[in-house]
Write a new protein. Structure first.
Length: 559
């Protein structure tokens, strides 16, 4: 009978040392010992996030063998992103049992299960259908299995979490772990988040996170410092220093950052998704100008700034993406050049009927309303639209007709006519890939800070989410109705975006001045009241025939 040293059972770090020795991997690093301690003494259910190359998978295999070393009747399920990764895990765990002398009694016997995806230990005394150690891909059938320990080893990879639908599918599979583990068992996640909306972030309430980044984080940067292992704060390392210099010295990390770029480096080595999302998601809430917008008049000029966050509106953007008030609004208000309503009917899907009411003036676009109505062609939806059109005195309604062959326009016309009188209703079509089209329409005006939102139009969480989470990947949003109709609104007035605001203001003021003079001169009543006190300049403006002008001095003055 093999005698197992007690220190190997009591402290996982000792067993990790032995496994590394017999696998020919040398001494575990200080960071790897700290990871082992976190896995043994951390929360029963937890997440351990570590940078690329930290040896998570090897440590996971060592952990599985340690569980079996403590209890030969334990059952362990390891779930990986793919079937091949699962097979690699089983192979590594079997090597440990073969090579570590005090694990010899755990090696599968001639008549026990021993294959690429599962094995039973020879010392097992309890009979059951679940193997001592078995591995599955996350997309495979895992329902019906049971285990004391469920270890999720890198279940999230770039290929299975890019869209909301893919992430929801992954979450649904992960939720099965609670039905799989036996009473008193543990669920452990080891991985590296791929995006800001990683399933790891969504699971952190039930599975607390401990992070081991490759670079020492800066405590003053919340996105870097959040959930970092206590061992790192106690290590004495300065921000920016490598946390595992034995494997990744500073020059190697700098070289990798230069090769893969800051976005991937931030994700894979700092475990910080902020920079990644700043580049991946091009539309920022902070680029909007948000204030209370009058439905009939707008300021001649509005100046954007990121110095005054709006405290009355909750921000649902990415980390650090806040909503700001304008730095300055001109005192002079002018009528809008045009106000129109844009509609994206919902059809038969789950999307809402999206409505955008907007105005244009001096190169700015003002969003009064951006809402979604449940329903599509039903009378109640059409009546709500007509009430909005009446409230804003709309004279032009544009409806996307891609899926309805202008049927929505035909249904809307009589209701609008009854409520609002004569209103132009026209349809439009959009072409090209949806996400790139929306981004190309909205990014320029937002980056120039020409898109102004009424306070109540930006408060809705769905509206903010669609603006801040869209990216160029197909299906990046589960629902994109509101941002799609916003894109159509901006596209309609895209020619006005080339206007120089100051030039437009000067031109409008000159035009207004000329109209005032013309109106004043044409008022015969005022003319009669003034009598002979009217200046010669105004008489000349009214009577171009110099011979008939009694104030004609034939002078060459200019003024």
């Amino acid at each position: 009978m093999i005698e197992v040293p007690q220190e190997m059972i009591e402290d996982f770090r000792n067993h990790l040392w032995a496994c590394f020795k017999y696998l020919g991997l040398g001494e575990p690093t200080a960071a790897q010992y700290a990871m082992a301690d976190a896995l043994q003494n951390g929360p029963k259910d937890m997440q351990l996030q570590a940078g690329r190359g930290f040896g998570k998978s090897v440590i996971t295999a060592c952990l599985a063998s340690w569980f079996l070393l403590k209890d030969c009747n334990a059952t362990i399920l390891v779930v990986s992103a793919t079937g091949n990764k699962s097979a690699e895990f089983i192979s590594m765990t079997r090597r440990i049992l073969d090579l570590v002398p005090y694990c010899e009694h755990l090696k599968p016997g001639d008549h026990t299960t021993d294959n690429a995806f599962a094995f039973n230990v020879e010392a097992r005394t309890k009979i059951g259908q679940d193997k001592s150690c078995f591995a599955r891909g996350i997309s495979s059938q895992i329902t019906g299995s049971h285990a004391e320990y469920v270890i999720a080893d890198d279940v999230e990879i770039e290929g299975n979490c890019e869209t909301p639908a893919a992430r929801q599918k992954l979450l649904n599979k992960v939720s099965e772990f609670e039905q799989i583990r036996n009473v008193g068992g543990r669920v452990l996640f080891l991985g590296t988040p791929q995006i800001q909306e990683s399933i790891y972030n969504q699971l952190k309430e039930g599975y607390p996170v401990t992070k081991f980044p490759a670079i020492m984080p800066d405590k003053t940067i919340p996105s870097e410092a959040e959930n970092v292992a206590d061992w790192l704060w106690e290590s004495g390392l300065e921000p920016g220093m490598p946390t595992q210099p034995e494997r990744f010295p500073e020059e190697v990390l700098m070289e990798r950052q230069a090769k893969i770029g800051p976005r991937l480096f931030s994700l894979h080595y700092k475990l910080d998704t902020t920079l990644a999302d700043a580049e991946k998601y091009p539309l920022k809430l902070r680029d909007l100008i948000v204030f209370d917008i009058n439905p009939e008049l707008c300021p001649e000029k509005v100046v954007w700034a990121s110095s005054s966050p709006n405290r009355t509106i909750p921000s649902f953007g990415l980390a650090g993406d806040l909503i700001y008030e304008p730095m300055w609004i001109s005192d002079k208000f002018v009528p809008y050049t045009q106000t129109a309503m844009f509609i994206d009917p919902s059809g038969r899907g789950k999307d809402e009927t999206a409505i955008c009411i907007a105005s244009a003036c001096n190169g700015y676009i003002y969003i009064h309303e951006l809402i979604g109505l449940e329903g599509g062609y039903d009378p109640s939806t059409l009546k709500k639209i007509s009430k909005l059109a009446y409230e804003y005195r709309i004279k032009l309604i544009r409806v996307e007709s891609n899926f309805g062959d202008a049927m929505f326009c035909q249904l809307l016309r009589p209701i609008i006519a009854e409520t609002c009188g004569q209103v132009a209703i026209e349809d439009y079509r959009v072409t090209g890939a949806k996400e790139p089209r929306i981004i190309s329409n909205l990014e320029p005006i937002m980056s120039q800070h020409r898109l102004c939102f009424n306070t109540r139009a930006i408060k809705n969480k769905d509206t903010q989410y669609q603006i801040s989470r869209i990216h160029s990947g197909r299906g990046s949003l589960a629902h994109d109705d509101r941002i799609d109709v916003l894109s159509a609104t901006v596209s309609y007035w895209e020619d006005t975006l080339g206007l120089d605001v100051d030039q437009a203001i000067r031109r409008n003021r000159n035009k207004e001045q000329q109209e005032n003079i013309k109106s004043w001169l044409s008022n015969k009543r005022m003319y009669g009241l003034l009598g002979n006190k009217v200046s010669g300049a105004l008489r000349l403006h009214e009577e171009p025939n110099l011979k008939q002008n009694p104030w004609n001095t034939q002078s060459k003055r200019s003024w």
